[in-house]
Design a binder for this molecule. Structure first.
Ligand code: MF3
Ligand code: CO
Length: 289
Protein backbone atom coordinates (compact mmCIF):
# COMPACT_ATOMS: atom_id res chain seq x y z
CA UNK A 1 0.00 0.00 0.00
CA UNK A 2 2.81 2.47 0.84
CA UNK A 3 4.26 1.89 -2.63
CA UNK A 4 0.94 2.76 -4.26
CA UNK A 5 0.53 5.84 -2.06
CA UNK A 6 3.96 7.16 -3.06
CA UNK A 7 3.65 6.43 -6.75
CA UNK A 8 2.16 8.78 -9.32
CA UNK A 9 -1.59 9.37 -9.25
CA UNK A 10 -3.76 7.68 -11.88
CA UNK A 11 -5.15 11.06 -13.01
CA UNK A 12 -1.95 12.14 -14.76
CA UNK A 13 -1.35 15.17 -12.52
CA UNK A 14 2.24 14.09 -11.90
CA UNK A 15 1.60 14.28 -8.14
CA UNK A 16 1.97 11.42 -5.68
CA UNK A 17 -1.22 9.41 -5.25
CA UNK A 18 -1.39 10.23 -1.52
CA UNK A 19 -1.31 13.96 -2.33
CA UNK A 20 -3.80 13.68 -5.17
CA UNK A 21 -6.72 11.24 -5.64
CA UNK A 22 -6.31 9.09 -2.50
CA UNK A 23 -9.07 10.97 -0.64
CA UNK A 24 -11.21 10.92 -3.78
CA UNK A 25 -10.94 7.13 -4.03
CA UNK A 26 -11.86 6.70 -0.35
CA UNK A 27 -14.96 8.86 -0.74
CA UNK A 28 -15.85 7.10 -4.01
CA UNK A 29 -15.63 3.64 -2.46
CA UNK A 30 -17.64 4.72 0.58
CA UNK A 31 -20.45 6.09 -1.58
CA UNK A 32 -20.38 3.00 -3.80
CA UNK A 33 -20.73 0.75 -0.75
CA UNK A 34 -23.77 2.76 0.29
CA UNK A 35 -25.43 1.81 -3.01
CA UNK A 36 -24.93 5.03 -4.99
CA UNK A 37 -24.62 4.94 -8.78
CA UNK A 38 -20.99 5.93 -9.32
CA UNK A 39 -19.37 7.10 -12.59
CA UNK A 40 -16.87 4.99 -14.47
CA UNK A 41 -13.31 6.32 -14.06
CA UNK A 42 -13.35 7.14 -17.80
CA UNK A 43 -15.66 10.06 -16.95
CA UNK A 44 -13.12 11.61 -14.53
CA UNK A 45 -11.04 13.93 -16.71
CA UNK A 46 -7.26 13.84 -16.41
CA UNK A 47 -5.06 16.91 -16.12
CA UNK A 48 -4.20 16.66 -19.82
CA UNK A 49 -7.84 16.13 -20.81
CA UNK A 50 -8.76 19.31 -18.94
CA UNK A 51 -6.10 21.42 -20.67
CA UNK A 52 -7.44 20.40 -24.09
CA UNK A 53 -11.14 20.57 -23.15
CA UNK A 54 -10.67 24.12 -21.80
CA UNK A 55 -9.14 25.17 -25.15
CA UNK A 56 -12.00 23.52 -27.04
CA UNK A 57 -14.52 25.34 -24.82
CA UNK A 58 -12.73 28.69 -25.34
CA UNK A 59 -13.03 28.32 -29.11
CA UNK A 60 -16.68 27.28 -28.72
CA UNK A 61 -17.37 30.44 -26.68
CA UNK A 62 -15.57 32.47 -29.34
CA UNK A 63 -17.91 31.03 -31.98
CA UNK A 64 -20.99 32.03 -29.97
CA UNK A 65 -19.59 35.54 -29.33
CA UNK A 66 -18.93 35.84 -33.07
CA UNK A 67 -22.51 34.83 -33.85
CA UNK A 68 -23.80 37.22 -31.17
CA UNK A 69 -22.09 40.20 -32.79
CA UNK A 70 -23.42 39.48 -36.31
CA UNK A 71 -26.86 37.89 -35.99
CA UNK A 72 -29.67 40.14 -37.24
CA UNK A 73 -33.01 40.28 -39.04
CA UNK A 74 -32.79 39.41 -42.74
CA UNK A 75 -30.00 36.89 -42.24
CA UNK A 76 -30.63 33.25 -43.17
CA UNK A 77 -29.81 30.48 -40.73
CA UNK A 78 -27.46 29.12 -43.44
CA UNK A 79 -25.44 32.34 -43.08
CA UNK A 80 -25.15 31.71 -39.35
CA UNK A 81 -23.99 28.19 -40.10
CA UNK A 82 -21.34 29.56 -42.48
CA UNK A 83 -20.06 31.94 -39.77
CA UNK A 84 -19.84 29.04 -37.33
CA UNK A 85 -17.96 26.89 -39.83
CA UNK A 86 -15.52 29.64 -40.88
CA UNK A 87 -14.72 30.80 -37.34
CA UNK A 88 -14.26 27.25 -36.04
CA UNK A 89 -12.02 26.06 -38.87
CA UNK A 90 -9.93 29.25 -38.79
CA UNK A 91 -9.22 28.49 -35.12
CA UNK A 92 -7.90 25.01 -35.91
CA UNK A 93 -11.04 23.21 -34.79
CA UNK A 94 -13.92 21.23 -36.30
CA UNK A 95 -17.67 21.82 -35.83
CA UNK A 96 -18.84 18.67 -34.01
CA UNK A 97 -22.36 18.52 -35.53
CA UNK A 98 -21.06 18.35 -39.12
CA UNK A 99 -21.63 14.74 -40.28
CA UNK A 100 -22.54 13.70 -36.72
CA UNK A 101 -24.99 10.81 -37.27
CA UNK A 102 -25.78 12.32 -40.66
CA UNK A 103 -26.41 15.89 -39.44
CA UNK A 104 -25.70 18.04 -42.54
CA UNK A 105 -24.58 21.37 -41.01
CA UNK A 106 -22.12 22.85 -38.49
CA UNK A 107 -24.57 24.01 -35.83
CA UNK A 108 -28.24 23.83 -34.87
CA UNK A 109 -30.49 26.87 -35.33
CA UNK A 110 -33.93 26.49 -33.75
CA UNK A 111 -36.43 29.30 -34.32
CA UNK A 112 -39.63 30.06 -32.30
CA UNK A 113 -41.62 26.79 -31.96
CA UNK A 114 -38.60 24.69 -32.94
CA UNK A 115 -37.37 22.98 -29.78
CA UNK A 116 -33.89 21.92 -30.94
CA UNK A 117 -31.84 20.40 -33.79
CA UNK A 118 -33.06 22.94 -36.36
CA UNK A 119 -31.04 22.55 -39.57
CA UNK A 120 -29.62 25.82 -40.94
CA UNK A 121 -31.12 26.60 -44.34
CA UNK A 122 -30.98 29.36 -46.95
CA UNK A 123 -34.78 29.55 -46.99
CA UNK A 124 -35.08 30.24 -43.23
CA UNK A 125 -34.71 34.01 -42.84
CA UNK A 126 -34.60 35.56 -39.36
CA UNK A 127 -37.23 38.24 -38.97
CA UNK A 128 -38.12 40.91 -36.43
CA UNK A 129 -39.62 39.34 -33.30
CA UNK A 130 -38.06 35.87 -33.73
CA UNK A 131 -36.34 34.06 -30.90
CA UNK A 132 -33.62 31.66 -32.04
CA UNK A 133 -31.31 29.20 -30.33
CA UNK A 134 -27.87 28.69 -31.84
CA UNK A 135 -26.29 25.48 -30.54
CA UNK A 136 -22.55 25.20 -31.15
CA UNK A 137 -20.24 22.25 -30.48
CA UNK A 138 -16.52 22.13 -31.19
CA UNK A 139 -13.85 19.44 -31.57
CA UNK A 140 -10.30 20.61 -30.81
CA UNK A 141 -7.42 18.11 -30.76
CA UNK A 142 -10.12 15.43 -30.45
CA UNK A 143 -11.76 17.06 -27.41
CA UNK A 144 -15.39 18.22 -27.37
CA UNK A 145 -17.23 21.27 -26.10
CA UNK A 146 -20.90 22.22 -26.35
CA UNK A 147 -22.97 25.32 -25.53
CA UNK A 148 -25.92 27.28 -26.83
CA UNK A 149 -27.59 30.65 -26.40
CA UNK A 150 -30.86 32.34 -27.31
CA UNK A 151 -30.87 35.40 -29.53
CA UNK A 152 -33.76 37.84 -29.82
CA UNK A 153 -34.16 39.39 -33.25
CA UNK A 154 -35.26 43.03 -33.26
CA UNK A 155 -38.39 43.78 -31.24
CA UNK A 156 -39.49 40.64 -29.40
CA UNK A 157 -42.80 40.64 -27.54
CA UNK A 158 -42.94 40.50 -23.74
CA UNK A 159 -44.13 36.88 -23.54
CA UNK A 160 -41.26 35.63 -25.72
CA UNK A 161 -38.78 37.73 -23.71
CA UNK A 162 -40.08 36.21 -20.49
CA UNK A 163 -39.66 32.67 -21.88
CA UNK A 164 -36.08 33.42 -22.91
CA UNK A 165 -35.29 34.93 -19.49
CA UNK A 166 -36.90 32.16 -17.45
CA UNK A 167 -35.19 29.48 -19.56
CA UNK A 168 -31.82 31.11 -18.83
CA UNK A 169 -32.75 31.15 -15.14
CA UNK A 170 -33.64 27.43 -15.40
CA UNK A 171 -30.14 26.72 -16.74
CA UNK A 172 -28.55 28.84 -13.99
CA UNK A 173 -30.65 27.29 -11.24
CA UNK A 174 -29.85 23.81 -12.58
CA UNK A 175 -26.14 24.64 -12.49
CA UNK A 176 -26.45 26.13 -8.99
CA UNK A 177 -27.93 22.80 -7.82
CA UNK A 178 -24.73 20.93 -8.76
CA UNK A 179 -22.60 19.92 -5.78
CA UNK A 180 -19.48 17.78 -5.88
CA UNK A 181 -20.59 14.32 -4.67
CA UNK A 182 -24.24 15.34 -5.17
CA UNK A 183 -26.60 13.57 -7.57
CA UNK A 184 -27.52 14.31 -11.16
CA UNK A 185 -31.24 14.28 -10.18
CA UNK A 186 -30.67 17.47 -8.14
CA UNK A 187 -30.33 19.41 -11.41
CA UNK A 188 -33.63 18.36 -12.98
CA UNK A 189 -35.48 18.81 -9.69
CA UNK A 190 -34.34 22.44 -9.48
CA UNK A 191 -35.12 23.16 -13.14
CA UNK A 192 -38.61 21.67 -13.21
CA UNK A 193 -39.59 23.58 -10.05
CA UNK A 194 -38.59 26.94 -11.56
CA UNK A 195 -40.22 26.21 -14.93
CA UNK A 196 -43.52 25.16 -13.34
CA UNK A 197 -43.53 28.19 -11.01
CA UNK A 198 -43.50 30.29 -14.15
CA UNK A 199 -46.23 28.34 -15.92
CA UNK A 200 -43.91 26.60 -18.37
CA UNK A 201 -43.12 22.95 -19.16
CA UNK A 202 -39.80 21.13 -19.45
CA UNK A 203 -38.96 19.04 -22.52
CA UNK A 204 -38.34 15.39 -21.61
CA UNK A 205 -37.27 13.89 -24.95
CA UNK A 206 -33.80 15.51 -24.89
CA UNK A 207 -31.32 15.91 -22.06
CA UNK A 208 -27.90 17.24 -21.11
CA UNK A 209 -24.98 14.85 -21.04
CA UNK A 210 -21.39 14.19 -20.10
CA UNK A 211 -18.97 15.75 -22.59
CA UNK A 212 -15.25 16.17 -23.25
CA UNK A 213 -13.62 13.03 -24.58
CA UNK A 214 -16.73 12.32 -26.65
CA UNK A 215 -19.62 14.47 -27.88
CA UNK A 216 -22.09 12.62 -25.66
CA UNK A 217 -20.88 10.71 -22.61
CA UNK A 218 -22.63 9.46 -19.49
CA UNK A 219 -24.45 10.59 -17.48
CA UNK A 220 -27.72 11.60 -19.09
CA UNK A 221 -28.60 14.94 -17.45
CA UNK A 222 -32.41 15.00 -17.46
CA UNK A 223 -33.98 18.42 -16.94
CA UNK A 224 -36.75 16.90 -14.85
CA UNK A 225 -35.61 14.88 -11.85
CA UNK A 226 -35.77 13.95 -8.22
CA UNK A 227 -33.25 15.22 -5.67
CA UNK A 228 -30.75 12.67 -4.40
CA UNK A 229 -31.29 10.24 -7.28
CA UNK A 230 -29.20 9.22 -10.28
CA UNK A 231 -25.46 9.14 -10.84
CA UNK A 232 -23.15 10.82 -8.33
CA UNK A 233 -21.31 13.86 -9.74
CA UNK A 234 -17.64 13.55 -8.82
CA UNK A 235 -14.88 16.16 -9.14
CA UNK A 236 -13.35 15.90 -12.61
CA UNK A 237 -16.59 15.16 -14.43
CA UNK A 238 -17.91 17.53 -17.10
CA UNK A 239 -21.59 17.76 -18.01
CA UNK A 240 -23.89 20.03 -19.98
CA UNK A 241 -27.00 21.64 -18.52
CA UNK A 242 -29.25 22.56 -21.44
CA UNK A 243 -32.93 22.82 -20.54
CA UNK A 244 -35.49 23.22 -23.30
CA UNK A 245 -38.51 25.06 -21.88
CA UNK A 246 -41.87 25.36 -23.64
CA UNK A 247 -44.49 28.08 -23.19
CA UNK A 248 -47.15 25.38 -23.70
CA UNK A 249 -46.87 21.69 -22.90
CA UNK A 250 -43.75 19.58 -23.29
CA UNK A 251 -44.82 17.31 -26.13
CA UNK A 252 -42.94 17.60 -29.39
CA UNK A 253 -42.65 15.96 -32.78
CA UNK A 254 -39.75 15.51 -35.16
CA UNK A 255 -39.76 16.69 -38.77
CA UNK A 256 -40.54 13.60 -40.86
CA UNK A 257 -38.66 14.94 -43.90
CA UNK A 258 -35.28 15.75 -42.32
CA UNK A 259 -35.44 13.44 -39.28
CA UNK A 260 -33.88 16.11 -37.00
CA UNK A 261 -35.81 19.29 -36.32
CA UNK A 262 -38.15 19.03 -33.36
CA UNK A 263 -41.17 21.30 -32.88
CA UNK A 264 -43.59 21.82 -30.00
CA UNK A 265 -46.76 19.79 -30.69
CA UNK A 266 -49.02 22.68 -29.70
CA UNK A 267 -47.11 25.26 -31.73
CA UNK A 268 -46.06 27.19 -28.60
CA UNK A 269 -42.68 28.91 -28.31
CA UNK A 270 -39.66 26.99 -27.00
CA UNK A 271 -36.32 28.25 -25.68
CA UNK A 272 -33.01 26.65 -24.68
CA UNK A 273 -29.78 27.73 -23.03
CA UNK A 274 -26.74 25.46 -22.59
CA UNK A 275 -23.48 25.64 -20.68
CA UNK A 276 -20.77 23.09 -20.04
CA UNK A 277 -19.83 22.62 -16.38
CA UNK A 278 -16.75 21.10 -14.71
CA UNK A 279 -17.35 19.61 -11.27
CA UNK A 280 -14.46 20.61 -9.00
CA UNK A 281 -13.45 19.54 -5.50
CA UNK A 282 -15.22 22.51 -3.91
CA UNK A 283 -17.91 23.44 -6.45
CA UNK A 284 -18.23 23.96 -10.16
CA UNK A 285 -16.68 25.91 -12.99
CA UNK A 286 -18.57 26.94 -16.13
CA UNK A 287 -16.20 26.18 -19.01
CA UNK A 288 -18.25 27.92 -21.70
CA UNK A 289 -18.80 31.26 -19.94
N1 MF3 B 1 -25.42 20.37 -29.44
C1 MF3 B 1 -26.40 19.32 -29.32
C2 MF3 B 1 -26.33 18.79 -27.91
O1 MF3 B 1 -26.45 19.54 -27.02
C3 MF3 B 1 -26.11 18.24 -30.27
C4 MF3 B 1 -26.92 18.28 -31.43
S1 MF3 B 1 -26.72 16.86 -32.32
C5 MF3 B 1 -26.32 17.49 -33.81
O2 MF3 B 1 -26.16 17.66 -27.64
F1 MF3 B 1 -26.07 16.54 -34.62
F2 MF3 B 1 -27.34 18.19 -34.22
F3 MF3 B 1 -25.27 18.23 -33.66
CO1 CO C 1 -25.40 19.22 -25.55
Amino acid sequence: MEVKRNSLCWCGSGKKYKQCHEKFDEKYQMMKLKGNHMPDRYLIKSTKDLVEIRKSAQINTGVLDHVASHIQAGMSTAQIDQMVYDYTVSHGAIPAPLDYEGFPKSCCTSVNDEVCHGIPDESIILKDGDIVNVDVSTIYHGYYSDASRMFMIGNVDEEAKRLVRVTKECMEIGIAAIKPWGHVGDIGAAIVAHAHQNGYSVVRDFAGHGVGKEFHEDPIVAHVGIRGTGMVLCPGMIITVEPMINAGDWHLYIDADNGWTSYTSDGSLSAQWENMVLITEHGIEILTA
